[in-house]
Design a protein around this ligand. Structure first.
Ligand code: SF4
Length: 63
């Protein structure tokens, strides 16, 4: 299963949460956070959000 992480580059623009709210949400710290589980239905959206991040702040690992 693939997991997504938001790294320290995040500038809190909100784009990922707007593209794929199933996986990314904005926290009280005004930075994005990724949910732990990415079910296959959400994978494409999460990949698109990763590609769209303007500061390359989304990483993923295969587990
Ligand atoms: S798109 Fe990138 S910079 Fe913008 S909120 Fe998401 S992780 Fe942060």
């Amino acid at each position: 299963m693939k997991k997504f992480y938001v790294n320290e580059n995040c500038i809190g623009c909100g784009l990922c949460a707007s593209i794929c709210p199933e996986v990314f949400e904005m926290g009280g710290d005004e930075l994005a956070h990724a949910r732990d589980e990415v079910i296959s239905d959400n994978l494409e959206g999460a990949e698109e959000a990763k590609r769209s991040c303007p500061v390359d702040a989304i990483d993923d690992i295969e587990e």
